[in-house]
Write a protein that binds this ligand. Structure first.
Ligand code: SF4
Ligand code: SF4
Length: 254
């Protein structure tokens, strides 16, 4: 499950599937605490804290600390992993923040950082040669795994590669189990933990992009939440879904 703590980002990538720009759409601490409770009820075992660029939220470090202290996931084992997914712009220029993050990684073995920086698309250089980025719990990604025709990727006609919409897995698994926690666990066990997404205002989105329309809310009761997911429709990715088989379309109720 993703918790998007802001929609703001100053990087300006040409491929941004969120169409992220500097803005004030930040999650509040209160909503973040509620999002962590929602994760502990429905989110499975992998919590990805991101944005936009998460470090644009003025309270991002406090939120991270809160998550590390309170997250236990919905598997019943008390075990969950937290990843901070960032472009590292604000971290690369701040040694104090680097030391503090290293301290948190030392203290919490269930915490790691994913830095994405792809020269081709990221216009602002980040110095990844610093020791901080060589820590074994900091994973640096230098290529885009899956491009979708959303946001600036679509506006700039960039080549996308995908078999189905990003919300396909969580929609089909929730429809199968009629249970969001089981669906999240199944997806995480298969390395697919980027959906669903809690947006900055507590709305629930089923795809990874902040441009996905809201489907429900973290404040919706469990029965209605499952109904909302099972009855969700969105045509924004019809271009991608044109390749689905009739059985696959049926699995997401299309
Ligand atoms: S892709 Fe990531 S780093 Fe680039 S503009 Fe979008 S949110 Fe920012
Ligand atoms: S835009 Fe709509 S169809 Fe595409 S991933 Fe998001 S919710 Fe799914």
């Amino acid at each position: 499950m993703i918790i998007s703590i802001t929609e703001s980002c100053h990087m300006g990538c040409s491929h941004c599937m969120d169409d992220a720009k500097p803005c004030e759409k930040h999650m509040s601490m209160r909503t973040f605490q509620d999002a962590i409770s929602f994760f502990n009820q429905f989110g499975g075992l992998e919590c990805l804290i991101t944005g936009g660029e998460p470090t644009d939220n003025p309270e991002w470090l406090k939120m991270l600390e809160y998550a590390l202290q309170h997250v236990h996931g919905s598997t019943g084992t008390g075990i969950a992993h937290i990843t901070l997914a960032t472009n590292a712009m604000n971290i690369a220029n701040d040694r104090d923040v680097q030391y503090y993050l290293l301290h948190l990684m030392e203290r919490y073995r269930n915490f790691s950082i994913q830095v994405t920086h792809v020269d081709q698309y990221y216009p602002i250089h980040v110095d990844l040669s610093q020791d901080f980025f060589k820590c074994d719990r900091v994973v640096v990604c230098t290529k885009i795994e899956a491009m979708y025709p959303l946001g600036r990727a679509r506006d700039n006609n960039l080549p996308w590669k995908s078999k189905c919409c990003k919300c396909f897995n969580i929609r089909s698994a929730t429809r199968t189990f009629r249970d969001l926690s089981k669906a999240s666990i199944l997806l995480a066990m298969n390395g697919r933990f980027c959906t669903p997404q809690v947006s900055f205002d507590g709305k629930l989105k089923l795809g990874e992009s902040t441009l996905c329309p809201p489907c429900s809310s973290i404040y919706t009761g469990t029965e209605q939440l499952i109904e909302d997911i099972c009855n969700f429709h969105c045509n924004n990715c019809d271009m991608v879904n044109a390749y689905l088989t009739p059985e696959q379309r049926k699995a997401i109720g299309e």
